[in-house]
Write a protein that binds this ligand. Structure first.
Ligand code: ATP
Ligand code: IP8
Length: 266
């Protein structure tokens, strides 16, 4: 079984507060996934990020931060606003996938997962197994969930990947984003950034820089941390550039693609 993450940076413009989908990228990625699945009968779960739909409202309402009891009504409506925004993005993504002939079924984290201090502690995956068994492609995404300590919090698609990969024994974890992989510093702001084929420790980063001011889940650093947890449990993952045509197709088909493997080994 393969878990494929499609980053919010490719599907939306995370530097903008406008909720707009990049339909050209979405359609291309949908068709690459379809072509790859036509060549094999692998089970697939798709995870996507919240992009410019989810991060701005999550930041506005400071979801995940400790708050006083009297602030709860305002936080609760913020929770609903974020949940609705990411659901909208998911609906547009699923629409494009279905148009391409991909049998996707949305399973929102807010409807079945619970966290404790921002870490997923509960989430029954039986429905994932049932849908996979019937040939569906479950789609899950960065979302807001109830939290036993903080009342509510945000969980990233990257944390969801980690939970699914461990609990469903994924064979392969691929993350498509808008850069070739991990560098020692942000390649978008540093021309001299050095690329890593393999990455095994946060110590190798020169700067712990996120992505944009709007990312509430830690940007690239948050992603790497989740993938290092996964590596600790013996599951390697690979970050690739999904903006490059055919990269997703090739990665799904076990063909060589430039990218960074996150592992604890050498
Ligand atoms: P999301 O997590 O919302 O789904 P995503 O998976 O596409 O989005 P981001 O969290 O936006 O990924 O991370 C990708 C961005 O991280 C790149 O656009 C890049 O500018 C930035 N970045 C910061 N530091 C680094 C680094 N050391 N190496 C690579 N990219 C970095
Ligand atoms: O885009 C963030 O998920 P991510 C989820 O995968 C929200 O980091 C609601 C902002």
């Amino acid at each position: 079984m393969i878990i494929l993450k499609i980053g919010g940076s490719i599907l939306t413009n995370k530097d903008s507060t406008e909720s707009e989908v990049d339909y050209a990228s979405l359609k291309r990625i949908a068709s690459e996934i379809k072509d790859a699945l036509d060549e094999s009968d692998k089970e697939l779960i798709i995870v996507h990020g919240a992009g410019s739909f989810g991060h701005p409202p999550a930041k506005k309402y400071k979801i995940g931060e400790v708050f006083a009891e009297e602030e709860f009504p305002q936080k609760r409506i913020g929770f609903c606003e974020v949940q609705n925004a990411v659901k909208k993005l998911n609906m547009l993504i699923c629409e494009s996938f279905i148009d391409e002939g991909l049998p996707v079924i949305a399973i929102p984290a807010s409807s079945f997962m619970t966290a404790t201090n921002k870490r997923i502690t509960e989430g029954n995956l039986d429905y994932f197994k049932k849908y996979l068994n019937k040939g569906f492609i479950p789609v899950v995404y960065g979302d807001v969930v109830l939290d036993t300590q903080l009342e509510i919090c945000v969980i990233s698609g990257d944390q969801i990947i980690q939970y699914l990969a461990v609990n469903l024994n994924a064979d392969k974890v691929i993350l498509g984003t808008d850069v070739d992989g991990v560098y020692n510093k942000n390649p978008k702001t540093h021309d001299d950034a050095i690329f890593f084929d393999r990455f095994s420790s946060l110590k190798d980063l020169d700067t712990l820089e996120g992505t944009t001011n709007v990312d509430v889940t830690g940007g690239m650093v948050g992603k790497i941390k989740e993938l290092l947890y996964l590596a600790d449990l013996g599951i390697e993952s690979k970050i690739i550039n999904a903006e490059i045509e055919n990269n997703i197709f090739k990665a799904l088909n076990d063909e060589e693609v430039k990218g960074t493997v996150i592992s604890r080994g050498n």
